[in-house]
Design a protein around this ligand. Structure first.
Ligand SMILES: [Zn+2]
Ligand SMILES: [Zn+2]
Length: 139
């Protein structure tokens, strides 16, 4: 396990997350929810145990929506600048989806291991991971 630090755009919120050392690589998500929330073409993510995430400064607000599976998804974000360090898909139980692109040092990480929700990928966007699946992991 390796501890990574992250902070939101305005600096009001800071956090630490303990990620498995052998899994620093991102999973790239092309889904439409990620597009609408980020304003970009995809997000970079990694699954982690809920207790691996610790807020070290400030507070997060919660926005809940219905995920692709029909189950609720809680999106935790800075109320001031909207950076969202993690999501909790209820279907994943005690696991959370950490936005790894918001972690310090992620620029030097290796390419994503997997792309998910490829069905929503913009036509001009090249595939960068070895594997791509049309929907959620395992689809
Ligand atoms: Zn902020
Ligand atoms: Zn997504």
């Amino acid at each position: 396990m390796t501890i990574f630090n992250g902070h939101c755009h305005c600096g009001a919120v800071e956090w630490q997350v303990d990620l498995p050392q052998d899994a620093q690589s991102h999973i790239l998500c092309h889904c439409d929810a990620c597009k609408l929330q980020s304003g970009g073409e995809y997000t970079l993510n990694q699954l982690a145990p809920k207790d691996a995430f610790k807020l070290t400064k400030g507070d997060l607000k919660v926005y809940t929506y219905k995920g692709d599976s029909g189950n609720p998804v809680d999106c935790f974000f800075c109320a001031n600048c909207t950076s969202a360090p993690y999501h909790h898909q209820h279907i994943l139980g005690d696991k959370i989806v950490v936005r790894t692109g918001l972690l310090d040092g992620s620029k030097s990480w290796s390419q994503p291991v997997l792309e998910i929700f490829g069905k929503d990928k913009l036509s001009w966007q090249p595939q960068t991971a070895k594997d791509i699946v049309p929907g959620p992991p395992g689809s």
